[in-house]
Design a binder for this molecule. Structure first.
Ligand SMILES: Cc1cc2nc3c(=O)[nH]c(=O)nc-3n(C[C@H](O)[C@H](O)[C@H](O)COP(=O)(O)OP(=O)(O)OC[C@H]3O[C@@H](n4cnc5c(N)ncnc54)[C@H](O)[C@@H]3O)c2cc1C
Length: 367
């Protein structure tokens, strides 16, 4: 009798635990969307679920591919994000950072999608894309000669609006391609036709509204000068999400002279010889091909590598420096992505940055 009671208890116990122990764990995308919808603060006028696309959403691939600018990655094989949040309000950015951190997902931030290596929409581990294309307003203050530009705005939109509102008397020094996203472009420096007169884009960025890794909204004074320095040229994605920039507009010169040296045909080295001419120059090596497939890709990439090797004697060494906007991970990257490794590249300045993260949230008015 005693033993039959024990059996009954054991059988009942198993029956009770089987359904739960065999239940599938919640899918990553479900946990992520669930986390997003419960995040506070939120704004009822901008329900985050209306701006979130998981792989099951019929528009997922359209949204993802809209800003895939490197056709090497426009295929069915490339790893896709768990979800895309097309932020339309700053609380969406806060929620995405918070939930990605909580679930151990890597965060990729995308503005214009022009990164040469697709670093705004690719990853080798589970990740989410924070897409900025909905945040693209441009507000111009003609009295102060400034503009507030949200990260998702393209350079073409900025040039057009600034010219329109200033009777063609003002411009902004930045890159040549109108489709470049303001944020990615500025964070890597941003050079263009007006560089010799007005410097880089970052020389004319006067304030920024950012969201840091702890989801705090910061402006220049609350983030501190070291972080503000780092996000102008050091690639902002390592430090924060940039929501908007305040930029200084410049008078447009009547004439701009541009010369393009074609490496394939011209003896380029004498032009950039610092000792004889006294000029400092930047050289972009680019290789374009239109044949799909891995064979053509590796052939063209190996040609680029040969150019890199051939140029070694003429450029900086240890480290071989590069303009961030033209980085190329095919020729090398940090092995472990540790703070120590990164520090050797950013040198002393980076050591100061963690101490500046205690500011309060006091963002400038730029919605
Ligand atoms: C056709 C073409 C022409 C170019 N011409 C020029 C030129 O004339 N001058 C020049 O200087 N460069 C030029 N570039 C390089 C270009 O400036 C960089 O690739 C730049 O990073 C692109 O910015 P994006 O926003 O379009 O790219 P994305 O791919 O969206 O972003 C690039 C990087 O910035 C990060 N990022 C994007 N948005 C944010 C954000 N809101 N907050 C934090 N991080 C963010 C991304 O995570 C990624 O690491 C050109 C590139 C191409 C493909």
């Amino acid at each position: 009798m005693k033993s039959s009671t024990t059996q009954t208890i054991i059988v009942t116990f198993f029956l009770l635990i089987i359904p739960t122990s065999f239940a599938a764990p919640p899918k990553l995308e479900d946990s992520f969307t669930q986390c997003l919808t419960t995040f506070k603060p939120s704004d009822p006028k901008f329900p985050i679920q209306n701006f979130t696309y998981t792989q099951e959403n019929p528009n997922f691939l359209i949204i993802l591919n809209n800003y895939v600018r490197n056709l090497r990655y426009f295929n069915g094989i490339t790893r896709k994000p768990v979800a895309i949040v097309a932020a339309a309000h700053f609380t969406h950015i806060q929620a995405t950072i918070n939930c990605a951190k909580k679930l151990g997902l890597q965060l990729r931030i995308r503005s214009g999608g022009h990164d040469y290596d697709g670093m705004s929409y690719l990853s080798t581990v589970d990740f989410v894309v924070l897409d900025m294309f909905n945040l693209r307003s441009i507000e111009i203050d003609p009295k102060l000669d400034t503009a507030c530009v949200q990260s998702g705005a393209t350079l073409g939109e900025i040039y057009y609006n600034v010219a329109n509102k200033s009777n063609n008397l003002r411009g902004f020094p930045a890159g040549i391609c109108p489709g470049l996203g303001a944020r990615g472009h500025f964070s890597g420096g941003g050079y263009g036709n007006m560089m010799r007169k007005y410097g880089l884009s970052i020389d004319n960025n006067i304030d920024a509204k950012t969201v840091d890794a702890n989801a705090r909204v910061l402006d220049r004074s609350s983030m501190g000068e070291d972080l503000f320095w780092a996000i102008r040229g050091g690639g902002a994605a390592s430090f924060c999400v940039v929501l908007a920039w305040k930029i200084k507009l410049v008078p447009v010169p009547e004439k701009v002279t541009v010369s393009i040296v074609d490496l394939g045909r011209s003896p380029v080295l004498p032009i950039f010889n610092v000792e004889t001419v006294g000029n400092r120059g930047g050289i972009q090596y680019s290789s374009n091909w239109f044949v799909p497939g891995e064979e053509a890709a590796s052939d063209c990439l190996s040609q680029t590598e040969r150019v890199f090797k051939a140029m070694s004697p003429y450029v900086s060494k240890n480290p071989r420096e590069a303009f961030l906007n033209y980085r190329d991970v095919d020729i090398g990257k940090n092995l472990n992505s540790t703070y120590e490794e990164g520090k050797s590249w950013f040198r002393l300045r980076l050591e100061l940055i963690p101490t500046t993260f205690s500011g309060t949230s006091r963002a400038f008015q730029c919605t």
